[in-house]
Ligand binder design. Structure first.
Ligand code: URA
Length: 297
């Protein structure tokens, strides 16, 4: 059957762009469609081939059709790959070696500056390729309280600063409500420091790769209290699968390689913007945070 597609009129295009924006698709990554599922399959095939090759007698011939590999064993960029998205030297995700590499890089950092440099140099997480900026922690590195969100959104990606959009405005008000001034009294970071495209939820593999860096950031700030914002951050930092409505407001600990830090999770400001009725729960948590801080170090 020959289906005739009507050309889109201007107002259809406007509606389409609005639909994309409402769905979180608010930035163009390529000029042409890019099949990232195919990339992933090629990379996986290349990794499998590399493992098989390592256990097979050495052959100088590449199997027909297999993607060529770089010196580091990762697939080389196809010849016609658009050059405005740099192929990362490593796109391996979620395997033990990448996680161990992330852990070693994070642990080697002796200061927050070192850690930021380590993240800037880290090519293991493919979110870095689509993000505009690294969104590292900000605030007072000597702060007694450290707030940790899930991952940057659009505004944060554009500015490289965590919590500067609508959620950030609400967070600032929440802090002010218990007498905290953001830059003076707090340190704020995210579990994942690069914006997932279209604000999608980071995959478990992406989160796992970024986890050693946020844990090291906590170790370097040494806060008296860690406050995970929302369920995703709470699950990562408190090492639990419980939902935020069960975790919030409870005295817990955030375990790192170098020790455990008192923690108290609360609701994410983005959730409170959608569910303003839940602000009363957040208020109870804020009062507990205030009480914890007034008890002294
Ligand atoms: N939501 C987050 O979890 N982090 C930010 O930095 C902004 C919004």
């Amino acid at each position: 059957m020959n289906v005739k597609v009507k050309p889109l009129r201007q107002h259809d295009l406007v509606n389409l762009v609005e639909f994309y924006a409402a769905s979180g698709i608010d930035c163009a990554l390529d000029d042409a469609p890019h099949d990232r599922f195919a990339d992933f399959e090629n990379e996986r095939a290349a990794r499998r081939a590399a493992v098989t090759d390592a256990s097979a007698p050495l052959s100088l011939n590449k199997p027909a059709g297999a993607p060529s590999l770089t010196a580091r064993g990762t697939p080389a960029a196809p010849k016609n790959a658009p050059n405005f998205i740099k192929p990362a030297p490593s796109t391996a995700q979620g395997d033990g070696a990448s996680n161990e590499d992330a852990r070693m890089r994070a642990q080697a950092a002796g200061t927050l500056e070192d850690l930021k440099a380590a993240l800037t140099a880290f090519e293991g997480c493919s979110l870095k390729r689509t993000a505009k900026n690294l969104v590292f922690g900000v605030g007072n590195p000597d702060a007694r309280v450290m707030f940790v969100g899930e991952a940057p959104g659009r505004e944060e990606d554009l500015t490289g600063v965590p919590f500067v959009g609508r959620s950030g405005d609400l967070l600032n008000l929440m802090l002010a409500a218990i007498g905290l001034e953001r830059d003076r009294d707090t340190y704020i970071a995210n579990v994942v420091p690069w914006r997932p495209p279209g604000n999608r939820t980071p995959t478990p593999e992406e989160t796992e790769l970024c986890r050693p860096f946020i844990l090291r950031q906590i170790e370097l700030v040494q806060p008296d209290l860690v406050v995970p914002l929302g369920g995703a951050a709470a699950k990562q930092l408190l090492n639990t699968t419980n939902g935020i409505l069960r975790l919030r407001g409870r005295s817990m600990t955030c375990a790192t390689d170098k020790g455990a830090f008192p923690a108290l999770a609360t609701l994410h400001p983005a959730y409170l913007l959608r569910q303003p009725g839940q602000k009363r729960l957040a208020w109870q948590d804020l009062l507990k945070i205030k009480e914890h801080l007034s008890a002294g170090p």
